[in-house]
Design a protein around this ligand. Structure first.
Ligand code: PHE
Ligand code: CO
Length: 316
């Protein structure tokens, strides 16, 4: 998940972890954010140390790849699967960024750049605004197959990269980056509102396709449990996309989402987000936030969640 919380305070460095096996990602600081302490890494762009990936790391990729492709049959939107195939992603080995970049450059002009992990907000926005997608170069350990709190190579590559081949979606990502740079210059609250949009679209979005709901959000497609939960569980709400409604809606970082928002098409997403958000941010400042699980009168409800199993502690 790309989380970039607003109003973050930089605190003292935290010790290096042993997340990587081939070598160490370098954490430079941690930020106390609305999500607790989040490790932040150097802004350096690094070459993918492809030759250093171990057999175990390639196997972790293979296991996750096979398992997710099976789960995503009939669940992921068609562009997601088609584009993974266009890239030639397979369980055989961790893909090389260089090879993916050849396909990507021709299609949409985007490039993947290797990074150590989550970036400070402005650095992240600047990459997107310039059609660079930062990909964490290291992959999770075998014992983290089912869950890892921070984004790793599997989440970033398997989850985010396929839709960068989709022209309209790729443009949305760039527009988001530019919008992020702008929101950063407005105030922390503008960033809170913009981050919710990213969360409920890029990370946890659903799309209407072929007469049913399909997944396009990267946080969902890279999780076996949430791929099933988001579409089939009676617990969560599934509500039609509504820009200002989404920007007011808090979210979950440590449990499945209580609400998923559904778009009709990537064009709808692009069109709805084209206007300048500056006046919208000002209006939103005067309105209260909405709890992650709330359903409002004006919502276009595909499914009203049963709320079963919901945590009662705070949303972020
Ligand atoms: N139109 C938005 C703005 O002004 C930018 C944006 C586009 C943000 C797409 C997110 C997604 O600020
Ligand atoms: Co992500």
């Amino acid at each position: 998940m790309r989380s970039h919380a607003a109003g973050a305070k930089v605190t003292a460095p935290i010790p290096h972890s042993s997340l990587a096996m081939s070598s160490q990602p370098r954490r430079v600081e941690s930020q106390h954010t609305d999500k607790g302490y989040v490790p932040i890494y150097t802004t350096a762009v690094v070459d993918q140390p492809w030759a250093d990936y171990t057999k175990t790391e390639h196997e972790t990729w293979a296991t996750l790849f096979r398992r997710q492709r099976e789960v995503l049959k009939g669940r992921a939107c068609r562009e997601f699967i088609d584009n993974q195939e266009r890239f030639g992603m397979s369980p055989d080995a961790i893909p090389r960024f260089e090879e993916l970049n050849e396909v990507l450059m021709k299609a949409t002009g985007w490039q993947l750049v290797g990074v150590e992990g989550l970036l400070p907000e402005l650095a992240f926005f600047d990459h997107l605004a310039n059609k660079r997608f930062p990909v964490t170069w290291w992959i999770r350990k075998p014992e983290q197959i089912d869950y890892i709190a921070e984004p790793d190579l599997f989440h970033d590559l398997f989850g985010h990269v396929p839709l960068l081949l989709e022209p309209v979606f790729a443009d949305y990502m760039q527009a988001y980056g530019r919008g992020g740079v702008k929101a950063h210059g407005i105030d922390p609250n503008a960033l809170v509102h913009l981050t919710r949009l990213y969360w409920y679209t890029v990370e946890f979005g659903l799309i209407r396709q072929d007469g049913g709901l399909r997944i396009y959000g990267s946080g969902i497609v890279s999780s076996k449990g949430e791929s099933i939960h988001s579409l089939e569980s009676p617990a969560p709400n599934r509500i039609g996309f509504d820009l200002s409604r989404i920007m007011r809606t808090r979210y979950r970082i440590d449990t499945y989402q209580k609400t998923y928002f559904v778009i009709d098409s990537f064009e709808q997403l692009m069109d709805a987000t084209r206007p300048d958000f500056t006046p919208l941010y000002r209006e939103l400042d005067a309105q209260p936030a909405i709890a992650a699980g709330d359903v409002l009168d004006g919502d276009s409800v595909f499914h009203r969640g049963s709320g079963e199993g919901w945590a009662t502690d705070g949303d972020v």
